[in-house]
Design a binder for this molecule. Structure first.
Ligand SMILES: [Zn+2]
Length: 326
């Protein structure tokens, strides 16, 4: 897979993707050709020191296998947040227990003697889709991952827009109902509080517990087992609650994407994450809703497409972080 635009880097990239369940590393050429990858389980319960030591070993083994000297590398790290990208600190992510202000980048630079850069996973994924995936050929692109939460990243004029401290484009926490549902972030009415996988399931569960009758309950077995998958299955079987529930959900997501269009005037919105596995059941209504709401000159230049990197978005994102910084 070739990078676009061609990276001007003269260094090889080592990409490191740190998640709650797996650590993945990859090596790419200066122009973005992936040479090799490897991955191991995170074993997050062992705490930061053990995880970082195993990560360093994995990187050293992978680079040794590549036979490229360390002084020809730049390193990009994609990690779950919250984190401070500029200071290289990991600040207590929910799925990395014990990581309180861990100076990850300093530890890695000490081990590798190579320039090392950090981005949160959503920003890195946006860069990955931009250089290697569905965003190729654009200069203005916004990426959203819709899974347990909703993360986002914006590429403006060909560069990741990082904001004052690396947290720009928190699109999941833009308001779609000013006095709406309470979000995990503490605000009311966030897009994430309606359209993340977690909150889609919660909204359906609440409606059913309040008396709505639906095939969803039969498919799930009990209200607390409801997932987006059950809702989509009921939708395919023409369940009337599922139809109106999903139409409302797509309407809210369309309002969120309309905000994205009005804020950023992108050429493309790329949607990834587990909820987008719904495919046409999601993309057809959400395009209709978004374009119905958005101002025509902005809507006309923006397409809304699925992400293409799938499960590899983490490693491509980390490589893109490295290649963009040189
Ligand atoms: Zn929020």
């Amino acid at each position: 897979m070739s990078a676009n635009p061609p990276a001007s880097s003269s260094r090889y990239a080592l990409g490191i993707d740190i998640g709650g369940t797996k650590l993945a590393v990859g090596v790419a050429t200066p122009d973005g050709q992936l040479l090799l990858t490897d991955r191991i389980p995170t074993l997050a319960h062992e705490g930061p020191d053990a995880v970082i030591n195993r990560l360093i070993d994995l990187c050293k083994k992978t680079v040794a296998k590549s036979q490229i000297p360390w002084d020809q590398f730049v390193v990009g790290v994609a990690c779950v947040g919250p984190l401070d990208a500029d200071r290289g600190l990991i600040q207590n992510p929910a799925n990395l227990p014990g990581w309180h202000d861990i100076p990850l980048i300093a530890r890695l630079q000490e081990a590798f003697h190579a320039p090392t850069f950090l981005e949160n996973d959503a920003n890195a994924a946006a860069l990955g889709e931009f250089l290697f995936g569905a965003g190729r050929g654009t200069r203005n692109m916004v990426y959203l991952t819709i899974s347990t939460g909703i993360g986002g990243g914006a590429i403006l004029d060909g560069k990741l827009y990082r904001g004052e401290n690396g947290n720009a484009a928190e699109i999941g926490h833009t308001t779609v109902l000013y006095n709406g549902r309470l979000c995990n972030c503490g605000n009311l009415g966030c897009l994430e509080a309606y359209c993340s996988g977690t909150h889609i399931a919660a909204r359906a569960r609440e409606a059913i517990q309040a008396g709505a009758s639906s095939l969803i309950l039969q498919l799930a077995g009990s209200p607390d087992k409801i997932t987006t998958r059950h809702i989509l299955e009921a939708l395919k079987q023409s369940d009337s609650f599922a139809q109106s529930f999903w139409a409302e959900t797509m309407s809210i997501l369309g309002a969120g994407l309309c905000n994205v269009i009005h804020n950023f005037n992108p050429r493309r919105i790329v949607l990834g994450g587990g909820v987008t596995h719904a495919g046409d059941l999601l993309f057809i209504p959400v395009r209709r809703e978004t374009y119905r709401r958005a101002m025509k000159p902005l809507a006309d230049v923006c397409d809304i497409v699925p992400a293409t990197l799938g499960d590899d978005v983490g490693i491509y994102g980390a490589l893109a972080v490295a290649l963009q910084r040189v």
